[in-house]
Design a protein around this ligand. Structure first.
Ligand SMILES: NC(=O)c1ccc[n+]([C@@H]2O[C@H](COP(=O)([O-])OP(=O)(O)OC[C@H]3O[C@@H](n4cnc5c(N)ncnc54)[C@H](O)[C@@H]3O)[C@@H](O)[C@H]2O)c1
Length: 267
């Protein structure tokens, strides 16, 4: 199939839902030959794999817990073995404090060490480990090898009550740069979404005392008056993975409806 990702073999983490699912499907739509759909949730990974097959690509659903080193290693090796190599790695999976604690205490001075470690292990340590294990395969690729990481606007500016999330996303932005340096000519870039309509964002709204007020508060700084769509982020991720972005590496791309463009809020 012709397309900007023609013939690529791809691994997407956290591909069972949300942005990761959209990225897996969009990769296939743009010509990827095979997509490994990794998630800790077996059922949702299998659903995404079906969606990828419906776009004409091969798909392998892989159950992986990114907090477990051997599971990460197995995910990468199984992908490379099934697809005879790896051209594109998308480190998409991420978690926020609300996934681990129902407690209102999520500030710098009240977060528990357990929650800090859980967010760190998925959002930053696993991104590094997956990159480390994928590096030999990506270096062997002759089809424009690339890594795309999921960061966040939270890694660029301060948000309340998600300290581990923001710090780990800032870490992903820097990890993107050092990866681009150390693995060149393998390219590495990241996307920094604002508020995108996914189960993660909906869970964050739901954890607030007033769900709708929280959604309004988070989208009020945007110049585009709506939640972002997963397809919009997926198209950016696919661009960064493709040869159309051959001169781009070590870079961060904000996709936030303009929220970081100014210091204001809409009326
Ligand atoms: N949705 C947003 O508004 C938004 C904003 C900024 C950044 N992001 C980032 O984009 C990425 C995708 O976000 P999303 O909103 O689609 O999230 P989501 O919660 O909807 O989906 C994340 C997926 O990752 C999987 N996952 C979580 N922990 C895992 C683990 N230990 N091992 C394996 N898989 C695991 C989950 O099962 C889930 O399928 C994340 O890195 C997130 O931080 C999202």
């Amino acid at each position: 199939m012709l397309g900007s990702l023609s013939g690529r073999t791809v691994l997407v983490t956290g591909a069972g839902q949300g942005i990761g699912r959209a990225v897996a499907v969009q990769m296939a739509r743009q010509g990827a030959s095979a997509v490994a759909v990794a998630d800790r949730n077996k059922e949702t990974a299998a659903e995404t794999a079906e969606l990828v097959r419906a776009e004409g690509a091969r798909a392998e659903a892989i159950v992986c817990d990114l907090r477990v080193r051997d599971s990460v290693h197995e995910m990468v090796e199984r992908t490379a073995e099934c697809f005879d190599g790896l051209d594109v790695l998308v480190n998409n999976a991420g978690v926020i404090e609300t996934a681990f604690t129902a407690e209102p205490e999520r500030g710098v001075d009240s977060l528990s060490e357990e929650v800090w470690d859980a967010v760190y292990e998925v959002n930053l340590k696993a991104v590094w480990l997956t990159t480390k294990f994928a590096a030999p395969h990506l270096r062997r690729s002759r089809r424009g090898p690339a890594i795309v990481n999921a960061a966040s606007v939270s890694g660029l500016t301060g948000f309340p009550n998600a300290p581990a999330y923001g710090v780990t996303k800032a870490g992903v932005i820097h990890l993107t740069k050092v990866t681009a340096v150390d693995l060149a000519p393998v390219r590495c870039n990241c996307f920094c979404p604002g508020v995108i309509d996914t189960p993660l964002a909906q869970g964050y709204f739901a954890a607030a005392a007033d769900r709708d007020a929280m959604e309004r508060e988070l989208t009020a700084p945007q110049l585009v008056e709506r939640l972002g769509r997963v397809e919009e982020v997926a198209k950016l991720a696919c661009f960064l993975a493709s040869d159309d972005a051959a001169f781009i590496t070590g870079a961060s791309y904000v996709i936030d409806g303009g929220a970081l463009a100014w210091l204001g809020v809409r009326d």
